[in-house]
Each structure stands twice: as C-alpha cells, then as structure tokens.
Design a protein around this ligand. Sequence first.
Ligand code: BGC
Length: 247
Amino acid sequence: MDVLGIDIGGSGIKGAPVDVEVGTLSQERLRVPTPQPAKPGPVAEVVARIVDHFSWTGPIGVTFPGVVRDGVVMTAANVHHSWIGVDAAELFGGATVLNDADAAGMAEMTFGEGRDRRGTVLILTIGTGIGSALFTEGVLVPNTELGHLQLKGKDAEQRASDRAREESGLTWEKWAARVEEYLRHVEMLFSPSLIVVGGGVSKRPGKWLPHVHIDTPIVPAALQNEAGIIGAAQSAAQSAPQPAPIR
Ligand code: BGC
C-alpha cells in the first residue's frame, strides 16, 4: 500500500509516496523550500502543491515540528507562533498529522535501528531543535518533547542542538560534551535499552559519537533524510479505515 508522506521542516517541506510495507519511497521525493515566515496559510499551500504534484487522492500523513494532539498544534518552538491552536489535520485536508520526531521514530522502529528491539527505546532527532520519540515494547508515547528538558537553567535544545553547535561556534568535541551531559540526564530519567540519534548530526557520527560516553548503547539512525516522510506515511496508514473483515 502506498501512502503520501510529507515532512515539514524549518528549511524544506519534503514529500513522496511511500510503500509502507517495506518503508521505501516509491517515487522521487519533491522538496520545496519552507516559506518564511512559516505561517499556516503559506505552509498549507506548499502541502497542497506536493499533493498535486503526485496527483494524490489516497491517505496522507504530515509531520509537524511541535506538539500535535488529535491533529491540533499545541506548541511551535521553531516555527511561527500563529500555529498554536491550529487544527492542522483540517488545514491539510483531512491528513493525519503528528510530531516530526514521533514520525521519524516510528520509521526507525519499524525499518531501522529500533527494529525488533524490546524494552524502552528512545529516538532523538538532533538538528535545529531536539526532538524525541519514546517507545516501550514498540509502543509510542507521543509528544514527549525531551528537547525542552531544562539543563543548567536552559532548554536542552538551546545548548545541545546542532543549531546551538553552529551558532556558538563549538568544536565537535566541545559540543559532544554538552550532548553527553544531556544524554546522561535522559538516561537517568528513562533507563532506555537503546538510544538512536537521528537528524542532521546522524550523517556524521564519527565527528561526535566517539566523544560521548554514556552507559546506554547509542547508535546513529539508519534512516536519515527520509525517516520523517516514511513515518508520516506509516501513521496515516495506521489511521486509514481498514477493509472490512472477510466473513
Ligand atoms: C519541538 C519538537 C520537535 C523538535 C524537532 C522542538 O523544538 O518542540 O516538537 O520535535 O523541535 O523538530
């Protein structure tokens, strides 16, 4: 079954039909720059453009970089504040809408490093912000928002995101020390069996992962750029009406 997955990010909005049984894109993805400021109307226009590009009429899943409860946006840390309170599911024409890290985590749990992992698995996406997806026995606890844990009186993502590394001009090693401090806090809270790190920094694990010393096994994500698109599609496939059982 193919489902259209769309991933809304700070710099690009990317979409492609996904074969949700195997977790791969069935057509080349389309990437459109995120309108600036990324307000609901202009973002919805881009989503509609992607839907038209693929002449899509089936189910659609869309990620959003904030808390999404029952399709409604509750927080918007790195996007325009006018999103708060918007019924994104309705705005995107009845799509299934979920948090971006939760989507990436779902894909990683099914097709990547989290596959067949029992216990508590934590997927963190480290990029502009820090997103989190917490699974226990394969079941997602949505909207955990662990990037906003307080560390030294600051939002963790303000200290340990990839953006913080770039903006503060930190060496990879200095930045890794901040990541380690953050991860130690997270492992104290959840005692996960595995931590998977996705997002931009997962493409260059050799730069920082050797400097991070924690007790929990930690690996870079297997699915990189496409995890959000795939997870969005998976989520929509799960919400789509199921065919009636054969009697
Ligand atoms: C947002 C999360 C999001 C993460 C990654 C954070 O600032 O609060 O909802 O998952 O950034 O985009």
